[in-house]
Design a protein. Structure first.
Length: 252
């Protein structure tokens, strides 16, 4: 049975005190969503300790949105995997399309980041997805395959066993335009096949999350699909009711 996961990527939103309030709201309303759903919140670095405090004693996990490719040292402005792990993070989002697009993250950088994450006991939530031009040119399968092969296929079987993947078509992020449930299923099944070609039966256990304008009103339809194991949520993760409402998509 694959893990069901709803992860919130807060991106560069909220101030620390607001983030702590949001986390408290999620904890307070946690019981409105099915117990078997694993919730993860990924606030900005600056909020991690306050949010960790707010989540204490709950079953909601903490994650960060990025980590440095290097272990430590003279890398002004960077935040290391060891630092976020020390603040209580269990997860780290890596390879988000906004990092690839605006900060030039390549597979080469992501291989280093993945290694740092695993070295500090963090579980990566590795993001893949094509942009609109690639989708329209029918290249989405090739793009996603390359993003998997260039990074995930370098993992050891032990590392792969803990991995979470998020498929986020760039054209669906923050646009209100969600992939249809059939489009999501088609590419999630494809991703699982690429993983199975490398890692065999272990691929059946990898949670593959969908991200891109996922909200309470469309979560149930997406999560009903065989290979859609949850969501990576942006905008709708900033309201406790909506975030947990997406988790309720598993109950329907
Ligand atoms: P939205 O849910 O705001 O479309 O963002 C998705 C996303 O990028 C999550 O990482």
């Amino acid at each position: 049975m694959r893990k069901k996961i709803v992860a919130g990527n807060w991106k560069m939103n909220t101030l620390p005190a607001e983030g702590a309030e949001l986390a408290k709201g999620i904890v307070a309303q946690r019981a409105t969503a099915p117990a078997e759903v694993n919730f993860i919140v990924c606030p900005p670095f600056t909020h991690l300790s306050q949010v960790a405090e707010a989540l204490k004693g709950s079953n909601i996990a903490l994650g960060a949105q990025n980590c440095a490719a290097e272990e430590k040292g003279a890398y002004t402005g960077e935040v290391s995997a060891a630092m976020i792990a020390a603040l209580g993070c269990r997860y780290v989002i890596l390879g988000h399309s906004e990092r690839r697009q605006y900060y030039g993250e390549t597979s080469e950088t992501l291989n280093l980041k993945m290694a740092r994450a695993y070295a500090h006991g963090l579980t990566p939530v590795y993001c893949v997805g094509e942009n609109l031009e690639e989708r329209e040119a029918g290249k989405h399968f090739d793009v996603v395959k390359a993003q998997i092969e260039e990074v995930v296929c370098n993992l050891t079987p032990e590392q792969f066993a803990g991995l979470v993947i998020a498929y986020e078509p760039v054209w669906a992020i923050g646009t209100g335009k969600t992939a249809t449930a059939d489009q999501a299923q088609e590419i999630h099944a494809f991703i699982r096949k690429v993983l199975a070609d490398k890692f065999g039966a272990a691929a059946a256990e990898t949670p593959i999350l969908y991200g891109g304008s996922c909200k309470p009103s469309n979560a149930a339809e997406l999560f009903a699909k065989e290979d859609v194991d949850g969501g990576l949520i942006g905008g709708a993760a900033l309201k406790a009711e909506d975030f947990l409402g997406i988790g309720q998509g598993f109950a329907k």
